[in-house]
Design a protein around this ligand. Structure first.
Ligand code: GAL
Length: 424
């Protein structure tokens, strides 16, 4: 295992919990009932991600012709609406057969509440343990148990732009640091171009995440979420000050729509840049845009060689009406075939290491090479569930909302520390 993968451990993604004993997946799977349909809950309705999901469903139904697939998607980027719907369903003991969740601390609440089946037996049967990078396995393991099946690896710290727009205003290259970005803003504004497009709160959080990463580096960034980095330190306050300036140059005050609108404004040249994960690659391809001609992407400023990762995974909730069919769905998600039909459309790379690499071209080939490069430093995404619990992420929403209005770095740092202490 590469050192950088092992480094995931230091993200604090492995937590120790006392999971209660429950009927094992093996017992559930031995039942003959409940194999005629499967309801799968996700938030993949946008262009690119919808086609990825459909490809996975097609492969699943070809292999499991007797199982009716119920596609329970709820639209809204990053699960902004889906998560509330899911939480209501789980609270009222009405779980879907499988639901989408991110690898990392996002699932700890559900695990603590004993809502998920332990999938260890399934991992053993399918031989998945040595097909998934060790660091990713650690991110989905809690107290020796695995509760989800990862279908991909996404990268969150990416800066998207239209090369023609930059060329038109005489900007040769996208910025390599946030300070460089800020020096470009006057040229852009003079041309009537918004320096950076941003959308709803979760996209603002992803922008903040990449600024903190770029300004602080991998180690200090990771320390923000595991208690090792002092939020009151001059470096963090300076990074937050930079963030306030970046937000000030954005269209946050009057933007509308989800992440796709920010991307559209960037491609159209109304904005110069937008920060988004690589699901945007799948989206842009579906729009028939040409990579490197109509759109291009680089790592976010200040984060060369750093891969801010997240992973979509699927679960088996306790009390799922069709557990045996759900297990078949999880097998599909964890399979080479499933990952190879899903990821090229979705704009992600596979979680498995033994896939058909020729299926990943353009940006995806570059992403795969960087993910596999031993020199790459891996950190976990804040916005997409890797580094903090749902509780802390929710508290952060209110803190960020205020920060975007008042641009007060000290206030942000103090409020975050309070929320951090309260949710430990
Ligand atoms: C993320 C998810 C991605 C993509 C994105 C935009 O949270 O992991 O797969 O769906 O939201 O909706």
């Amino acid at each position: 295992m590469r050192r950088s993968r092992m480094g995931l451990l230091s993200l604090g993604v492995t937590v120790v919990l006392l999971a209660s004993s429950a009927c094992s997946l093996g017992e559930t799977a031995s039942s003959d009932q409940g194999n005629d349909k499967v309801e799968v809950f996700s938030w993949w309705t946008g262009e690119g991600e919808e086609e990825g999901l459909e490809a996975l469903i097609d492969d699943f139904t070809t292999k499991n012709p007797g199982i009716e697939f119920i596609n329970a998607t709820v639209s809204g980027g990053a699960g902004s609406n889906a998560k509330q719907v899911l939480s209501t369903r789980l609270d009222s003991n009405d779980p879907p057969d499988s639901y989408q969740a991110h690898a990392g601390l996002e699932l700890t609440g559900d695990i603590q509440q004993d809502r998920l089946e332990d999938l260890n037996a399934l991992y053993d049967r399918e031989g998945w343990r040595n097909k998934i990078p060790k660091g990713l396995l650690e991110a989905i393991t809690v107290d020796g148990r695995i509760y989800s099946v990862p279908v991909n690896i996404h990268r969150a710290n990416l800066l998207w732009y239209n090369p023609k727009v930059l060329a038109n205003v005489g900007i040769g290259e996208p910025p390599t640091t946030w300070n460089e970005f800020l020096t470009q803003t006057s040229v852009l504004k003079a041309e009537g171009i918004t320096p950076i497009a941003v959308g709803p709160l979760w996209t603002q959080k992803q922008l903040l995440e990449t600024i903190l990463l770029g300004e602080l580096g991998a180690e200090r960034y990771t320390g923000l979420w595991n208690g090792q980095t002092d939020w009151r330190s001059p470096q963090v306050i300076k990074a937050l000050t930079t963030a306030a300036r970046v937000f000030g140059s954005s269209d946050v005050k009057n933007s509308s729509g989800d992440w796709q609108s920010s991307m559209d404004r960037t491609i159209a040249g109304e904005a110069a840049y937008t920060i988004m994960g690589d699901w945007a690659y799948g989206y842009n391809l579906r729009k028939s845009l040409k990579y490197q001609t109509d759109f291009a992407v680089v790592h976010s400023p200040g984060a060369k060689g750093i891969y801010d990762f997240l992973s979509d995974s699927f679960t088996l909730p306790k009390g799922a009406p069709h557990p045996k069919a759900a297990e078949k769905w999880l097998i599909e998600c964890g399979s080479v075939d499933g990952q190879d039909v899903f990821n090229p459309q979705k704009g992600s790379i596979p979680a498995r290491t033994d896939v058909d690499q020729t299926k990943y071209t353009g940006y995806l080939a570059e992403a795969m090479a960087e993910w596999q490069d031993p020199a790459t430093e891996i950190v976990g995404s804040l916005t997409h569930g890797v580094t903090v619990s749902v509780e802390l992420n929710d508290a952060l929403d209110a803190i960020l909302k205020k920060f975007v209005e008042d641009s007060d770095p000290d206030g942000f740092a103090t409020s975050f520390m309070t929320a951090y202490a309260a949710t430990r």
